[in-house]
Design a protein around this ligand. Structure first.
Ligand SMILES: *Cc1c(COP(=O)(O)O)cnc(C)c1O
Length: 345
């Protein structure tokens, strides 16, 4: 084996040697023209990867990107609709409440799809100006129907905002029909955590009431660099995008994640997760969870099970969000199959 472990956690994700080396390169000033060039290059690769007009890169985790997006939403002034069918949908609702945004909700039980008819009914009433939801609901591994919801929005001239935290970088994605979307450096793009990403097809709205750090218009005015930002993190992100965002790597990730899906689906272990998802939430009978977790750990495969909401439900997650060598993913498929035999023996 030429690798020590396979990181199939939801983050921090598997990171390549090249991206590690990019992080370790000497730090350069965020005021230098060299850094401005690096940032501009990173922004343009993300804009073309996702078919969006603007990309903003900020210091922070994904939650910060959502916070910045929510302040833009608040500035619209209209009433909106937030959809939730899991932990991350409910976090959006909680954040929106704290910011004092005017909205109603459409919540479904965790792991239950939204009824598109219901969404259409709500929007057709005419008093909703925007909608916000998670594309991949990371807590359950369920994919919400981004393209169809975006189409319904355009039919009723409603602005569409999406948290794409665990879908960006893991699959071909066209965000040209949404108003804004968010992601982070530390999930599907396969870089280090620490950069919050916001994609937009409109110019940022200006509002003096927004805290300065969260004011997207200020980022636009200051050519994307209003404050200190780590050149190491941006360099690592840029390297990760160039290395990972190829058709060959995306196809490979899809091939193996589909394989993991089939193996676990056969054993009825992933009741909510979608076959296109790159995050799978494994629901096992109580006494089987330690067997699963210990076996995978013994074989040096890293999973996620320590988040508060996972502990509470006794769930385990397996995700394919990082950068991998094919032999790593191939090895993990074999281990997963052996693990199923162990569980059912
Ligand atoms: C991870 C995640 C977040 C939060 O990201 P942090 O980087 O932990 O702040 C928000 N939404 C979704 C869907 C996520 O998967």
């Amino acid at each position: 084996m030429t690798f020590e472990q396979v990181n199939l956690s939801t983050g921090p994700v598997n990171i390549s040697n090249e991206v590690r080396a990019a992080l370790a390169a000497p730090t350069i000033s965020h005021r230098s023209s060299h850094f401005q060039q690096l940032l501009d290059d990173t922004v343009s690769s993300l804009c073309s990867l996702l078919s969006v007009q603007h990309t903003f890169i900020m210091s922070g985790s994904g939650t910060l990107a959502n916070e910045v997006m929510l302040h833009q939403i608040k500035t619209l002034g209209s009433k909106g609709l937030i959809l939730s069918n899991g932990e991350f949908g409910s976090r959006l609702i909680h954040q929106a409440e704290r910011i004092g945004i005017h909205f109603t909700t459409y919540t479904q039980a965790w792991g239950t799809h939204f009824e598109l008819r219901e969404i259409e009914n709500r929007l057709s009433e005419g008093n909703i100006g925007w909608i916000l939801f998670c594309h991949c609901e990371t807590s359950t591994g369920m994919m919400n129907n981004l393209n169809t919801i975006a189409e319904i929005c355009s039919k009723y001239q409603v602005q569409c905002f999406v948290d794409c935290m665990s879908s960006v970088g893991t699959m071909a994605l066209d965000l040209s029909k949404v108003t804004m979307a968010t992601a982070s450096s530390g999930k599907g793009l396969g870089a280090f955590p620490g950069l919050a990403l916001l994609f937009s097809n409109i110019s940022p709205l200006s509002n003096p009431q927004i805290p300065v750090f969260l004011d997207l218009a200020n980022y636009a005015v200051k050519k994307n660099i209003p404050f200190t930002i780590s050149s190491n993190l941006v360099n690592a992100l840029h390297t990760a995008i160039v290395q990972k965002q190829t058709i060959a790597h995306t196809d490979m990730i899809h091939h193996y994640s589909r394989k993991y899906y089939d193996i676990m689906y056969q054993h009825a272990l992933i009741p909510c997760s979608d076959q296109h998802s790159k995050v799978f939430t494994v629901v096992l009978p109580d006494k089987m969870k330690p067997v699963f977790v210990d076996y995978m750990q013994e074989k040096n495969i890293i999973l996620s099970y320590e988040s508060e909401y996972l502990v509470k439900r006794n769930w385990v997650q397996l995700a394919v969000l990082g950068y991998y060598q094919e032999e790593q993913l191939h090895y993990a498929a074999n281990v997963l199959e052996q693990c199923m035999d162990r569980i059912h023996s």
